[in-house]
Design a protein around this ligand. Sequence first.
Ligand code: C2E
Ligand code: MG
Ligand code: MG
Ligand code: MG
Length: 292
Amino acid sequence: HIVNAYVKPYAIFDEVMRKEYIDHSQILFEYAQAIEHGEIEVYYQPIVDTITQTVVAAEALVRWNHPEHGFIRPDIFVPVLEKHGHITQLDQYVLEMVSQKLLERSQKNQIIVPVAINLSWMDLYDEKMRYAILQKINHSSVLKKHLRFETTETAFNTMENLCKDYLDEIRKSGCKIVLDDFGSGYSSFSMIQNFRFDILKLDMGFIKKIELNLDTRSIVRAIIAMCHEMSIQVVAEGVETETEYEFLQVHGCDYIQGYYFARPMPEADFYQYLEEQKKSIKKRETYLHLFS
Ligand code: C2E
Ligand code: MG
Ligand code: MG
Ligand code: MG
């Protein structure tokens, strides 16, 4: 289908990201310089409309291209930076990079879609980060419309009211809030009841079991139905097979994110991909128009 046509060999980077043990102190020692040296790169993974199969949004996923270790997975360095209180600096850099690109393209009248940024629970305690976000969205309607913020239930467990107010403030300014990895930890219904968000991401753990587990299918259907009753949209994460995709489509899941459609890719490739899509949609429309 449309999207897979543009998948390129760099996808292989994902596989070769080394899994070897990297010393925590080395990560802590090197990450600040890594930002300065341009080793930190923001990748974009397309989020696809389930029905039209077009790319309607993206998630920003950080990559560290280490001179010695190659690509280091965020699963390795994000927890280390979190543990030692340095994650906010990195997230602020990602916010900066994503925003700059959105503004630059919008000024040139080039196509853009909303981009979701991952917020660590730590960011929600950081006044500088809060200021950086509000400053951006309150001074630019482009950013207000095109930035989204993802956070996991961990944040909601640790913080209660403080983070709730933080996210409410962002939401009131007009940005969409995404609840990430729903179902992976101690997801509770009281949390869904007490915190307002716009989009729920079904954790990959559910998606992996759709093919084999009847109970999982019931749970996924029920979560989608519940969200829709609450006007919350649903994204399925980690969709890798046609069977998973078809199940989610039949049961009304709004959006799909996963290797089945596209892997996270460098910024330039993502935007090229959007351009190609725009062209092919235009072509299709002209074609249909000829016969109508
Ligand atoms: P996440 O926010 O839940 O991001 C989704 C993860 O699932 C990404 O892993 C993505 O590459 C992966 N994924 C997407 N589709 C598939 C699929 O079909 N199959 C499989 N096996 N995996 C898929 P990634 O990029 O390695 O990131 C891991 C986690 O690191 C993220 O989970 C997020 O919690 C964290 N992270 C990434 N970038 C940032 C960032 O800029 N800031 C913060 N605070 N955390 C980040
Ligand atoms: Mg995420
Ligand atoms: Mg997730
Ligand atoms: Mg995650």
